[in-house]
Design a protein around this ligand. Structure first.
Ligand code: AMP
Ligand code: MN
Ligand code: MN
Ligand code: MN
Length: 284
């Protein structure tokens, strides 16, 4: 069943998406998605609503999350699928991981004020659906709507990435902890959009080696943030490291996202899809 229209990565208003979990479920169904997961950043608060909406639509569903991790001084995202969203080890871990976001946001706003952009903290807050989860995306929306930049990519390029005036380094969860929270709840840990980290080959080898040692089992091969060449490269990484392959659009918003739910190419036919090992975790 490699050729399944699975979409196992997207965001709702519970993190930095613009649609509710229910609206996402309807959009996924309308776009022909056959297996769906909601993977909000550092938060499982939308899983219950998403599961209920998916069930009412006859859309098979997996619980999901995208955990922010610090590895080799860079931020790496680990997607968890099919875990018990009520497991207290997961909730406590995510709560700790979210903890520093408020302070970080205030520091980002102070730095932006120094380059002449006033009121960014209050501005970003207007776009936040979950007060525990203020993210760079909310700052980006504020800077676009207030006319400072013409789109969110422009904001990240000019203000919100390393070395730019609104970037505040942050220490997220440890790789081993994130993988453990997912596995303790019976789920599978997956390296999200591996081409986006800017690692050297040595750092990347270390990431996949340590990820496997901690019990990680999957890698996103097809994602909205990979080019065709990057999909081919990470299909090869899946083969070399013996990892299952995942597929997810990383959809955030109809206005901002390049890949809509359910719109990605198929996984290469020889790869083991993540949903094979997760079949007993799927909610029908
Ligand atoms: P944060 O967790 O607050 O650091 O925000 C990270 C989020 O910012 C990611 O999940 C993306 O949604 C968004 N993001 C990161 N880099 C970019 C980029 N270059 N262009 C648009 N959005 C980005
Ligand atoms: Mn995001
Ligand atoms: Mn991500
Ligand atoms: Mn994502």
């Amino acid at each position: 069943m490699t050729y399944l229209n699975a979409d196992l990565h997207c965001h709702s208003v519970v993190s930095d998406g613009t649609l509710t979990p229910t609206a996402l479920a309807h959009r996924a169904k309308a776009n022909g998605v056959e297996l769906w997961a909601l993977t909000d950043h550092d938060e499982v608060g939308g899983c219950h609503e998403a599961a209920a909406a998916a069930r009412s639509l006859g859309l098979p569903f997996l619980s999901g999350v995208e955990i922010s991790v610090t590895f080799a001084d860079k931020t790496v995202h680990i997607v968890g699928l099919g875990f018990d969203a009520h497991d207290p080890r997961m909730s406590q871990g995510l709560s700790q991981t979210r903890g520093g976001r408020e302070q970080r946001a205030r520091e980002m706003a102070e730095q932006l004020a120094r380059v002449g952009i006033q009121g960014a903290y209050e501005g970003a807050l207007r776009y936040v659906g979950n007060p525990d989860l203020i993210s760079r995306t909310h700052f980006a929306r504020f800077l676009v709507d207030s006319g400072v930049c013409h789109d969110t990519h422009d904001v990240f390029r000019r203000y919100l990435t390393e070395g730019k005036p609104g970037f505040v380094p942050h220490r997220w969860a440890n790789l081993g902890d994130a993988v453990r929270w997912i596995r303790d709840g019976g789920g599978m840990a997956i390296v999200a959009h591996p081409a986006r980290y800017g690692f050297t080959p040595t750092e990347e080898y270390a990431l996949f080696t340590e990820f496997k040692q901690h019990g990680g089992q999957g890698v996103e091969v097809m994602t909205g943030s990979h080019s065709a060449q990057e999909c081919i490269a990470y299909a090869q990484v899946a083969r070399e490291f013996g990892l299952a392959a995942s597929r997810g659009s990383d959809f955030h918003s109809p206005e901002e996202s390049h890949s809509d739910l359910g719109s990605l190419p198929w996984l290469p036919g020889d790869l083991q899809p993540v949903w094979e090992a997760l079949s007993d975790r799927i909610q029908h």
